[in-house]
Design a binder for this molecule. Structure first.
Ligand SMILES: O=C[C@H](O)[C@@H](O)CC(=O)C(=O)O
Ligand SMILES: [Zn+2]
Length: 281
């Protein structure tokens, strides 16, 4: 498991492109036949992906978490951005069609990922299970959320090119968890901006996985403190780690979707501090 220590915002002014990308971008989330995991010390979040590619992949602990099994002290949110996949948790198999979300709570011992029926028919060629995990101090039940079963908010406007549908999947009003708040936002055709006007939330770390972005398109992702912004150029199925002090907004060269997921002090989705556009530098 790759380990990334926390970054102090005071370090940003001296950072160039390569260092920003090393610290905040996860370029290879999905590797066929593998589970990739990045452990960040920002709220001890683990983010990554599982792409079975015809194999069965077991989620195993690693030295960084010093646990008997991966979910001994953790919970995990899983969103499938590829073809139908399955997750077998302590012997119970859940089928995740494209866009489905599964929550596994603390104490689930055996977790195995695999392709589901018809997985290869998806453009991704198989299941691609995005993983977001945080420490958990109690157990909540396993829950499967099928596409459309979440709580949807319609945001933005075509006139400001930020028309988008935000679906909350794991959140206090839906699937119960200790820390993880997770959902998917999809830009409407012709809209390019997500999370603009921007915001920060010093109570939570947030990760974005951008997906369904055309291969030759990119998202210019704004990060950093509001008056000391930087950007990351992000390709399809790459993830961004946003520390609590960082705004997180993006504009694409084509429409796209992204999985957002947060962990930290609280689970209050609306606990965010707006950054007026005219104050961004
Ligand atoms: O704290 C909330 C997260 O940044 C996202 O849910 C915001 C988002 O999907 C959007 O506005 O497009
Ligand atoms: Zn946010």
């Amino acid at each position: 498991m790759e380990q990334r220590y926390a970054t102090n915002p005071d370090q940003i002014p001296g950072m160039g492109t390569d260092e920003l990308r090393e610290r905040f971008l996860v370029e290879a989330v999905f590797v066929p036949g593998e589970i990739t995991l990045v452990y960040t010390h920002h709220d001890r979040v683990v983010v990554g992906g599982a792409q079975p590619a015809g194999q069965e992949l077991a989620l195993l602990p690693s030295d960084e978490i010093r646990a008997e099994y991966f979910l001994e002290n953790r919970e995990i949110g899983i969103v499938n951005v590829g073809g139908t996949g399955t997750v077998t948790a302590d012997g119970e198999t859940f089928t995740l069609p494209t866009g489905a979300c599964l929550y596994l709570g603390r104490g689930v011992r055996d977790v195995v990922f695999a392709d589901g029926p018809g997985a290869a028919e998806h453009p991704a060629g198989g299941a691609q299970l995005y993983l977001f995990s945080a420490p958990a101090h109690t157990t909540y039940p396993t829950r499967l959320v099928l596409p459309g079963e979440g709580t949807t908010r319609e945001l933005g406007d075509q006139l400001t090119s930020n028309r988008r549908s935000l679906e909350q999947l794991i959140h206090p009003g839906g699937v119960q968890s200790c820390q993880v708040v997770m959902g998917v936002t999809s830009l409407h055709p012709g809209s390019m901006w997500n999370t603009m006007p921007a915001h920060t939330h010093e109570r939570r770390t947030e990760c974005y996985l951008y997906f369904d972005l055309p291969e030759d398109a990119r998202v210019i992702h704004l990060c950093g403190q509001p008056t000391q912004t930087r950007h990351l150029v992000v390709a399809d199925r790459q993830a961004v780690i946003s520390p609590s002090w960082s705004l997180h907004s993006g504009v694409g060269t084509a429409a796209y979707s992204f999985v957002w997921a947060m962990a930290g002090e609280n689970q209050a989705f609306d606990d965010m501090d707006a950054v007026p556009v005219d104050q961004i530098r």
